[in-house]
Design a protein around this ligand. Structure first.
Ligand SMILES: Nc1ncnc2c1ncn2[C@@H]1O[C@H](COP(=O)(O)OP(=O)(O)OP(=O)(O)O)[C@@H](O)[C@H]1O
Ligand SMILES: [Mg+2]
Length: 250
């Protein structure tokens, strides 16, 4: 799998398969995710989008194939699954903040416990990231007192505090009221401009078209189309994507 261009990619997926019971959810997926770029994944409900990105940092274990990250196949039996989770963060639709911990502690706990960073450094780093997402003033608050948009911004600060090589987002704005979508997308756009490697499952088609550098259309566990978002969305090659886009607002 090694080739001269390996360094250009943050993750490379080869012949990836995943079933739940007897249902094949990912069917021989092959993908290259570029370093420093924003890739969006779109597709109908149940097409395998969440399963795919959960496999990328070993929250889910694929049945066969390869996922190449930082020069190693993370599906190799000898590989420690925690390594991928240490270096690839995830932001979830439902925020998944620790309900009994303050905003600041939500951002400190990972670096402290998983990366072994001393508390003081972890706090400083967390505060910088909270500032970046406009949530520093809320550092002492508990998650229940925040709006959805604020919770998601904290979740992004928490992800950033791990200094990850990539962040995976699973529908980061789908649980938000419309007026809060922009405040979260604006942060993601800022991160994209800074050149963070990101892979984002989203239904925000305008974001996919205007912000992402690569687009993947998944259906029934298969990559149906992939490439430049503007090209793909303006001229789908397959009837599957054409039909999907007819049901989607751009
Ligand atoms: N833990 C699980 N156990 C059994 N089946 C699962 C599990 N997780 C997902 N599935 C099934 O795998 C298929 C793909 O699910 P997945 O959540 O990856 O789709 P998705 O594209 O993210 O959908 P959505 O847009 O609704 O989030 C679905 O048929 C789903 O029911
Ligand atoms: Mg999903």
């Amino acid at each position: 799998m090694k080739n001269k261009k390996d360094k250009d990619y943050i993750l490379q997926v080869r012949n990836l398969n995943k079933s739940f019971h007897d249902v094949k959810v990912l069917k021989n997926i092959n993908l290259d995710f570029k370093k420093g770029q924003t890739t969006t994944i779109i597709g109908p409900s149940g097409s395998g989008k969440s399963t795919l990105i959960r496999c990328l940092n070993r929250l889910e274990t694929a049945d066969s194939g390869e996922i190449n990250f930082a020069g190693q196949n993370i599906l190799d039996k000898r590989y420690n699954p925690n390594f991928a989770q240490k270096h690839i963060s995830m932001v979830f639709q439902q925020f998944n903040l620790f309900a009994n911990k303050s905003v600041l502690d939500n951002c400190v706990i990972g670096p402290e416990k998983v990366l072994g960073i001393d508390k003081q450094t972890a706090r400083q780093r967390a505060l910088l990231n909270l500032e970046k997402v406009g949530m520093k003033a809320f550092a002492g608050k508990l998650p229940y007192s925040l709006s959805g948009g604020q919770k998601q911004r904290v979740a992004i600060a928490r992800a950033l505090s791990m200094k990850p090589q990539a962040i995976l987002f699973d529908e980061p704005t789908s649980a938000l009221d419309p007026q809060m979508v922009a405040e979260v997308l604006d942060i993601i756009i800022k991160l994209a401009q800074e050149g963070l490697s990101m892979i984002i499952v989203t239904h925000e088609m305008r974001f996919a078209r205007d912000v992402s550098t690569d687009l993947i259309f998944l259906q029934d566990g298969e990559v149906v189309e992939q490439g430049n978002p503007k090209k793909i969305l303006s001229k789908p090659k397959t009837s599957k994507l054409t039909k999907f886009l007819q049901k989607t607002h751009l």
